[in-house]
Design a protein around this ligand. Structure first.
Ligand code: PEP
Ligand code: MN
Length: 333
Protein backbone atom coordinates (compact mmCIF):
# COMPACT_ATOMS: atom_id res chain seq x y z
CA UNK A 1 0.00 0.00 0.00
CA UNK A 2 1.08 3.56 -0.66
CA UNK A 3 0.02 6.37 1.64
CA UNK A 4 -0.15 9.66 -0.26
CA UNK A 5 -0.06 12.82 1.84
CA UNK A 6 -1.77 16.14 1.11
CA UNK A 7 0.56 18.75 -0.40
CA UNK A 8 0.47 20.79 2.80
CA UNK A 9 0.79 17.84 5.21
CA UNK A 10 2.92 18.64 8.25
CA UNK A 11 5.96 16.68 9.44
CA UNK A 12 3.94 15.70 12.48
CA UNK A 13 1.20 14.16 10.32
CA UNK A 14 3.82 12.26 8.29
CA UNK A 15 5.35 10.97 11.55
CA UNK A 16 1.93 9.77 12.67
CA UNK A 17 1.60 7.71 9.48
CA UNK A 18 5.08 6.23 9.98
CA UNK A 19 4.27 5.37 13.60
CA UNK A 20 1.01 3.70 12.57
CA UNK A 21 2.76 1.55 9.96
CA UNK A 22 5.32 0.44 12.54
CA UNK A 23 2.63 -0.25 15.14
CA UNK A 24 0.99 -2.83 12.88
CA UNK A 25 4.36 -4.54 12.34
CA UNK A 26 5.19 -3.35 8.83
CA UNK A 27 7.99 -1.25 7.37
CA UNK A 28 7.47 2.36 6.24
CA UNK A 29 9.52 3.45 3.24
CA UNK A 30 9.55 7.14 2.33
CA UNK A 31 9.12 7.42 -1.43
CA UNK A 32 10.99 10.27 -3.05
CA UNK A 33 8.90 12.28 -5.50
CA UNK A 34 8.76 15.80 -6.79
CA UNK A 35 4.97 16.08 -6.86
CA UNK A 36 3.96 14.66 -3.50
CA UNK A 37 5.04 13.12 -0.23
CA UNK A 38 4.26 9.46 -0.06
CA UNK A 39 5.08 6.62 2.31
CA UNK A 40 5.16 3.05 1.10
CA UNK A 41 4.29 0.07 3.25
CA UNK A 42 6.34 -3.06 2.75
CA UNK A 43 6.57 -6.32 4.64
CA UNK A 44 2.85 -7.07 4.57
CA UNK A 45 1.85 -10.50 3.29
CA UNK A 46 -1.74 -9.58 2.47
CA UNK A 47 -3.81 -6.42 2.02
CA UNK A 48 -3.54 -3.61 4.56
CA UNK A 49 -6.66 -1.92 5.93
CA UNK A 50 -6.79 1.53 4.30
CA UNK A 51 -9.12 2.95 6.94
CA UNK A 52 -6.27 2.82 9.46
CA UNK A 53 -4.63 5.63 7.53
CA UNK A 54 -7.48 7.54 5.92
CA UNK A 55 -8.53 8.75 9.37
CA UNK A 56 -5.15 10.41 10.00
CA UNK A 57 -5.15 14.17 9.27
CA UNK A 58 -3.07 15.09 6.21
CA UNK A 59 -3.54 11.75 4.44
CA UNK A 60 -4.93 12.22 0.94
CA UNK A 61 -5.17 8.64 -0.24
CA UNK A 62 -4.21 5.05 0.53
CA UNK A 63 -3.52 3.20 -2.69
CA UNK A 64 -3.31 -0.59 -2.72
CA UNK A 65 -0.33 -1.85 -4.72
CA UNK A 66 -1.27 -5.09 -6.36
CA UNK A 67 2.16 -5.88 -7.80
CA UNK A 68 4.52 -8.12 -5.82
CA UNK A 69 7.28 -5.55 -6.36
CA UNK A 70 6.64 -2.32 -4.52
CA UNK A 71 9.57 0.10 -4.34
CA UNK A 72 10.50 -0.29 -8.01
CA UNK A 73 6.89 0.07 -9.18
CA UNK A 74 5.34 3.12 -10.78
CA UNK A 75 2.51 2.87 -8.25
CA UNK A 76 5.05 3.84 -5.60
CA UNK A 77 6.84 6.45 -7.70
CA UNK A 78 5.05 7.74 -10.79
CA UNK A 79 7.92 9.84 -12.18
CA UNK A 80 10.93 8.29 -13.96
CA UNK A 81 14.02 7.72 -11.84
CA UNK A 82 17.34 9.09 -12.91
CA UNK A 83 20.64 7.67 -11.76
CA UNK A 84 23.50 10.14 -11.60
CA UNK A 85 27.05 8.82 -11.80
CA UNK A 86 29.77 11.45 -11.90
CA UNK A 87 28.55 13.92 -14.50
CA UNK A 88 26.44 11.34 -16.35
CA UNK A 89 22.69 11.04 -15.82
CA UNK A 90 21.09 7.73 -16.76
CA UNK A 91 17.38 7.98 -17.46
CA UNK A 92 17.50 11.66 -18.37
CA UNK A 93 17.32 13.52 -21.67
CA UNK A 94 20.55 12.13 -23.10
CA UNK A 95 21.20 8.55 -24.10
CA UNK A 96 23.60 6.80 -21.73
CA UNK A 97 26.02 4.61 -23.62
CA UNK A 98 28.39 2.17 -21.94
CA UNK A 99 31.04 0.72 -24.23
CA UNK A 100 34.20 -1.33 -24.01
CA UNK A 101 35.51 -4.86 -24.34
CA UNK A 102 33.82 -7.93 -22.95
CA UNK A 103 36.83 -8.65 -20.76
CA UNK A 104 39.83 -6.74 -19.45
CA UNK A 105 42.78 -8.44 -21.15
CA UNK A 106 45.65 -6.05 -20.46
CA UNK A 107 46.26 -2.34 -19.90
CA UNK A 108 47.17 -1.54 -23.48
CA UNK A 109 44.03 -3.26 -24.83
CA UNK A 110 41.80 -1.35 -22.42
CA UNK A 111 43.44 2.01 -23.02
CA UNK A 112 43.26 1.59 -26.79
CA UNK A 113 39.56 0.78 -26.69
CA UNK A 114 38.79 3.37 -24.01
CA UNK A 115 40.33 6.15 -26.11
CA UNK A 116 38.37 5.03 -29.17
CA UNK A 117 35.01 4.97 -27.40
CA UNK A 118 35.72 8.27 -25.66
CA UNK A 119 36.40 9.81 -29.07
CA UNK A 120 32.95 8.61 -30.14
CA UNK A 121 31.36 10.47 -27.22
CA UNK A 122 31.20 7.80 -24.52
CA UNK A 123 31.64 8.59 -20.79
CA UNK A 124 31.12 5.08 -19.38
CA UNK A 125 33.69 2.34 -20.01
CA UNK A 126 32.88 -1.35 -19.51
CA UNK A 127 35.19 -4.34 -19.12
CA UNK A 128 34.88 -7.51 -17.08
CA UNK A 129 37.63 -8.33 -14.60
CA UNK A 130 35.66 -11.24 -13.19
CA UNK A 131 33.98 -13.17 -16.00
CA UNK A 132 31.16 -15.69 -15.46
CA UNK A 133 31.87 -18.08 -18.33
CA UNK A 134 29.82 -21.04 -19.50
CA UNK A 135 32.91 -23.23 -19.73
CA UNK A 136 35.39 -23.58 -16.86
CA UNK A 137 38.12 -23.82 -19.52
CA UNK A 138 37.33 -20.39 -20.97
CA UNK A 139 39.19 -17.23 -19.89
CA UNK A 140 37.83 -16.37 -16.44
CA UNK A 141 39.08 -12.79 -16.36
CA UNK A 142 42.13 -11.23 -14.72
CA UNK A 143 40.36 -10.79 -11.38
CA UNK A 144 41.99 -8.25 -9.05
CA UNK A 145 44.66 -7.46 -11.61
CA UNK A 146 41.84 -6.58 -14.00
CA UNK A 147 40.40 -4.16 -11.45
CA UNK A 148 43.78 -2.46 -11.13
CA UNK A 149 43.83 -2.02 -14.90
CA UNK A 150 40.34 -0.50 -14.85
CA UNK A 151 41.46 1.91 -12.13
CA UNK A 152 44.33 3.02 -14.35
CA UNK A 153 41.94 3.44 -17.29
CA UNK A 154 39.82 5.77 -15.21
CA UNK A 155 42.83 7.83 -14.16
CA UNK A 156 44.29 7.99 -17.67
CA UNK A 157 41.06 8.70 -19.57
CA UNK A 158 38.62 10.19 -17.06
CA UNK A 159 36.03 7.61 -18.11
CA UNK A 160 33.70 6.13 -15.50
CA UNK A 161 34.02 2.38 -14.93
CA UNK A 162 31.31 -0.28 -15.22
CA UNK A 163 32.39 -3.78 -14.20
CA UNK A 164 30.77 -6.95 -12.95
CA UNK A 165 30.69 -8.50 -9.49
CA UNK A 166 30.08 -12.23 -9.67
CA UNK A 167 29.48 -13.11 -6.06
CA UNK A 168 28.72 -11.77 -2.62
CA UNK A 169 32.37 -11.77 -1.50
CA UNK A 170 33.81 -10.17 -4.57
CA UNK A 171 31.45 -7.22 -4.62
CA UNK A 172 33.51 -5.47 -1.93
CA UNK A 173 36.57 -5.54 -4.18
CA UNK A 174 34.62 -4.50 -7.26
CA UNK A 175 32.90 -1.53 -5.65
CA UNK A 176 36.27 -0.02 -4.73
CA UNK A 177 36.96 0.51 -8.43
CA UNK A 178 33.59 0.47 -10.17
CA UNK A 179 31.52 3.61 -10.62
CA UNK A 180 28.67 1.25 -11.52
CA UNK A 181 28.60 -2.37 -10.36
CA UNK A 182 27.17 -4.80 -12.90
CA UNK A 183 25.21 -7.91 -11.95
CA UNK A 184 25.08 -10.26 -14.91
CA UNK A 185 22.26 -12.30 -16.41
CA UNK A 186 23.46 -15.51 -14.76
CA UNK A 187 23.33 -13.86 -11.36
CA UNK A 188 20.00 -12.07 -11.68
CA UNK A 189 18.52 -14.38 -9.07
CA UNK A 190 21.60 -14.73 -6.87
CA UNK A 191 19.71 -13.36 -3.90
CA UNK A 192 22.65 -13.06 -1.52
CA UNK A 193 24.48 -11.04 -4.16
CA UNK A 194 21.40 -8.88 -4.76
CA UNK A 195 21.03 -8.17 -1.05
CA UNK A 196 24.69 -7.25 -0.78
CA UNK A 197 24.30 -4.96 -3.81
CA UNK A 198 21.47 -3.30 -1.95
CA UNK A 199 23.98 -2.24 0.71
CA UNK A 200 26.47 -0.87 -1.80
CA UNK A 201 27.04 2.84 -2.20
CA UNK A 202 27.46 2.29 -5.95
CA UNK A 203 24.68 2.25 -8.54
CA UNK A 204 23.85 -1.26 -9.75
CA UNK A 205 23.42 -2.26 -13.39
CA UNK A 206 21.12 -5.28 -13.21
CA UNK A 207 20.92 -7.45 -16.33
CA UNK A 208 17.86 -9.51 -17.09
CA UNK A 209 18.26 -13.24 -16.64
CA UNK A 210 18.16 -15.12 -19.93
CA UNK A 211 14.82 -16.72 -19.13
CA UNK A 212 13.42 -14.24 -16.62
CA UNK A 213 9.95 -12.78 -16.91
CA UNK A 214 9.53 -9.04 -16.40
CA UNK A 215 8.07 -9.76 -12.98
CA UNK A 216 11.09 -11.85 -11.96
CA UNK A 217 13.40 -9.14 -13.30
CA UNK A 218 11.66 -6.45 -11.27
CA UNK A 219 11.56 -8.65 -8.17
CA UNK A 220 15.36 -8.95 -8.47
CA UNK A 221 15.56 -5.14 -8.58
CA UNK A 222 13.23 -5.04 -5.57
CA UNK A 223 15.75 -7.18 -3.62
CA UNK A 224 18.37 -4.51 -4.19
CA UNK A 225 16.12 -1.55 -3.44
CA UNK A 226 14.65 -3.16 -0.34
CA UNK A 227 18.13 -3.02 1.21
CA UNK A 228 18.34 0.73 0.70
CA UNK A 229 20.11 1.16 -2.63
CA UNK A 230 17.76 3.12 -4.90
CA UNK A 231 20.29 3.65 -7.67
CA UNK A 232 19.40 0.79 -10.02
CA UNK A 233 19.69 0.65 -13.80
CA UNK A 234 18.04 -2.26 -15.60
CA UNK A 235 19.44 -3.85 -18.75
CA UNK A 236 17.65 -6.02 -21.32
CA UNK A 237 20.20 -8.33 -22.95
CA UNK A 238 18.14 -10.87 -24.87
CA UNK A 239 16.34 -14.03 -23.80
CA UNK A 240 16.58 -17.69 -24.79
CA UNK A 241 14.29 -18.79 -27.60
CA UNK A 242 14.27 -21.43 -30.34
CA UNK A 243 15.97 -18.96 -32.69
CA UNK A 244 19.42 -19.96 -33.88
CA UNK A 245 20.18 -17.01 -36.12
CA UNK A 246 21.31 -15.04 -33.06
CA UNK A 247 22.82 -15.90 -29.67
CA UNK A 248 19.69 -14.74 -27.84
CA UNK A 249 16.51 -12.97 -28.92
CA UNK A 250 16.47 -9.29 -28.06
CA UNK A 251 13.15 -8.62 -26.36
CA UNK A 252 12.48 -5.05 -27.38
CA UNK A 253 8.97 -5.25 -25.99
CA UNK A 254 10.57 -5.45 -22.54
CA UNK A 255 11.38 -1.74 -22.76
CA UNK A 256 7.79 -0.41 -22.94
CA UNK A 257 6.62 -3.28 -20.69
CA UNK A 258 9.09 -2.31 -17.94
CA UNK A 259 8.46 1.40 -18.37
CA UNK A 260 4.72 0.88 -17.98
CA UNK A 261 5.11 -0.63 -14.52
CA UNK A 262 8.44 0.62 -13.15
CA UNK A 263 10.12 4.00 -12.75
CA UNK A 264 13.64 2.56 -13.23
CA UNK A 265 15.78 3.44 -16.23
CA UNK A 266 16.47 0.60 -18.66
CA UNK A 267 19.32 0.09 -21.11
CA UNK A 268 19.68 -2.43 -23.92
CA UNK A 269 22.72 -4.63 -24.51
CA UNK A 270 22.51 -5.55 -28.21
CA UNK A 271 25.88 -7.35 -28.13
CA UNK A 272 24.96 -10.27 -25.89
CA UNK A 273 21.51 -10.39 -27.47
CA UNK A 274 22.91 -10.74 -31.00
CA UNK A 275 26.14 -12.61 -30.48
CA UNK A 276 27.01 -11.43 -33.98
CA UNK A 277 28.62 -8.16 -34.95
CA UNK A 278 26.42 -7.48 -37.97
CA UNK A 279 23.23 -7.37 -35.89
CA UNK A 280 24.51 -4.95 -33.25
CA UNK A 281 23.92 -1.65 -35.08
CA UNK A 282 20.38 -2.50 -36.32
CA UNK A 283 19.37 -3.74 -32.85
CA UNK A 284 20.79 -0.59 -31.26
CA UNK A 285 18.74 1.56 -33.60
CA UNK A 286 15.62 -0.40 -32.67
CA UNK A 287 16.38 -0.19 -28.95
CA UNK A 288 16.66 3.57 -28.99
CA UNK A 289 13.55 3.89 -31.15
CA UNK A 290 11.45 1.96 -28.62
CA UNK A 291 12.57 4.20 -25.78
CA UNK A 292 15.61 2.58 -24.13
CA UNK A 293 17.48 5.02 -21.90
CA UNK A 294 20.77 3.92 -23.40
CA UNK A 295 22.92 1.03 -24.56
CA UNK A 296 25.73 -1.21 -23.44
CA UNK A 297 27.89 -2.26 -26.36
CA UNK A 298 30.99 -4.44 -26.67
CA UNK A 299 33.82 -2.89 -28.67
CA UNK A 300 37.26 -4.34 -29.45
CA UNK A 301 40.09 -3.03 -31.65
CA UNK A 302 41.21 -6.59 -32.48
CA UNK A 303 38.13 -8.80 -32.09
CA UNK A 304 39.71 -11.74 -33.92
CA UNK A 305 42.11 -12.10 -31.01
CA UNK A 306 39.73 -11.09 -28.19
CA UNK A 307 39.78 -13.44 -25.20
CA UNK A 308 35.98 -13.40 -25.04
CA UNK A 309 33.04 -12.42 -27.22
CA UNK A 310 35.12 -11.33 -30.23
CA UNK A 311 32.41 -12.27 -32.78
CA UNK A 312 29.93 -9.81 -31.28
CA UNK A 313 32.39 -6.99 -30.63
CA UNK A 314 32.24 -3.96 -32.90
CA UNK A 315 35.33 -2.45 -34.45
CA UNK A 316 35.83 1.11 -33.16
CA UNK A 317 34.86 2.53 -36.52
CA UNK A 318 31.57 0.61 -36.48
CA UNK A 319 30.96 1.88 -32.98
CA UNK A 320 31.34 5.46 -34.19
CA UNK A 321 28.77 4.68 -36.86
CA UNK A 322 26.45 3.27 -34.19
CA UNK A 323 26.79 6.43 -32.10
CA UNK A 324 25.93 8.63 -35.06
CA UNK A 325 22.86 6.52 -35.88
CA UNK A 326 21.45 6.30 -32.36
CA UNK A 327 22.09 9.95 -31.59
CA UNK A 328 20.01 10.87 -34.64
CA UNK A 329 17.21 8.48 -33.66
CA UNK A 330 17.18 9.71 -30.05
CA UNK A 331 16.57 13.25 -31.29
CA UNK A 332 13.43 12.11 -33.11
CA UNK A 333 12.07 10.07 -30.21
C1 PEP B 1 28.58 -9.03 -19.77
O1 PEP B 1 27.92 -7.99 -19.98
O2 PEP B 1 29.79 -9.02 -19.63
C2 PEP B 1 27.88 -10.33 -19.67
C3 PEP B 1 28.52 -11.40 -19.23
O3 PEP B 1 26.61 -10.31 -20.09
P1 PEP B 1 25.35 -11.20 -19.59
O4 PEP B 1 25.44 -11.26 -18.10
O5 PEP B 1 24.18 -10.42 -20.10
O6 PEP B 1 25.50 -12.52 -20.26
MN1 MN C 1 30.62 -10.41 -23.27
Amino acid sequence: MLIVMEKNATDDQIDQVIAKIKSIGFTPVPVPGTQRTAIGIVGNAGPVDASLFLTIQGVKDAIPVSKPYKLVSRDFKPDDSQVQVGDVVIGGQDLAVIAGPCAVENLEQCLTIAREVRKAGVRLFRGGAFKPRTSPYSFQGLGEQGLEILDKVRRETGLLIVTEAIDHDNLALVEEVADIVQIGARNMQNFTLLKRAGKSSRPILLKRGMSATIEEFLMAAEYIMSQGNHRIILCERGVRTFADHSRNTLDLSAIPAVKAVSHLPILVDPSHAAGKRDQVIPLSRGAVAVGADGLMVEVHHDPANALSDGPQSLYPQQFEELMRAVTAIAKLA
